[in-house]
Design a protein around this ligand. Structure first.
Ligand code: IPE
Ligand code: IPE
Ligand code: MG
Length: 258
């Protein structure tokens, strides 16, 4: 039985988020420049986007560049930005052919205006697709997003559009960049690092975390299937007891009467 056949398609994670890490080390291990690793990382992106679309996953968020990554050497930042924007531009037709809708989260104002325009255009061109939602986290960090949300709420309160009592979890979520997406159920990080690195800190509250030693440029559909199988073997309790989770609701309970 192949890995793919072992996956229960009825219990797929609706939203998978990936910290695509290890490009630089992958390149160094082959005596190459770090940009060589980023370049090969694009092949993994294609493969995993295709894998998610084939399976029927609804949302895939890829952490492509953090706000902290701006502090890397200019040579790497420029090379990486060019590669990311160039790739998105070239992939628009493929996204449309596969009914994939592109979204971006992050501080786009940090990007040059021409890049912002290109990304907006790519989002507009895929805007009516109804299959996989591909969310690129670009110039993104969770603390940036959280502080931004707090500022927007404070503004709305100060200008009388919002009462402090109206700030609930769901209102808070509507101020995040991820307002249109459900929380990730599975978070994968490649390359043997066991941390979150400022990624979706609020949204990952109940995600299952899967870490793998595989460097991102080596990550392929089989690795994705392994991560999904790992997810399907977890018991997600959301604070309840194991007994509560495995209890089959009796017909009386499920009607909510008596
Ligand atoms: C991930 O690979 C890609 C980005 C962070 C942009 P890295 O560039 O972090 O590679 P390592 O972790 O240094 O190997
Ligand atoms: C996280 O990887 C950011 C992305 C994958 C885009 P980093 O390589 O920047 O994270 P740290 O520095 O190892 O925590
Ligand atoms: Mg890294």
């Amino acid at each position: 039985m192949s890995l793919l056949e072992k996956i229960d398609l009825q219990r797929l994670p609706r939203h998978i988020a990936i910290i695509m890490d290890g490009n630089g080390r992958w390149a160094k291990e082959q005596g190459q420049d770090r940009l060589f690793g980023h370049f090969h990382g694009v092949e993994s992106v294609r493969n995993i986007v295709e894998g998610c679309a084939e399976l029927g996953v609804s949302y895939l968020t890829l952490y492509a560049f953090s706000t902290e990554n701006w502090d890397r050497p200019a040579y790497e930042v420029n090379g990486l930005m060019e590669l990311l924007i160039d790739t998105i531009r070239k992939e628009v037709d493929t996204l449309n052919r596969n009914n994939i809708r592109l979204h971006m989260i992050g501080d786009m104002q940090m990007l040059p205006e021409s890049a912002q325009r290109e990304l907006q255009e790519a989002m507009d061109l895929t805007g009516s697709n109804t299959g996989l939602n591909l969310i690129m986290a670009l110039s993104y960090s969770s603390r940036w997003e959280i502080v931004r949300a707090a500022r927007l709420i404070a503004q709305d309160v100060a200008e009388g559009r919002l009462q402090p009592e109206a700030v609930t979890q769901s209102l808070w979520e509507s101020y995040l960049c991820t307002r249109s997406f459900p929380d990730p159920e599975l978070m994968i990080r490649t390359s043997g690092e066991y941390r979150i690195s400022n990624f979706l800190l609020y949204q990952l509250a109940y995600a299952e975390l899967h870490f793998t030693e595989t460097r991102w440029p080596d990550f392929r559909k089989e690795n994705l299937y392994n991560a999904i199988l790992d997810f399907q073997n977890r018991e997600r309790r959301f604070g309840k007891t194991s007994e509560q989770i495995s209890e089959v609701p009796s017909p009386v309970d499920s009607k909510g009467s008596f």
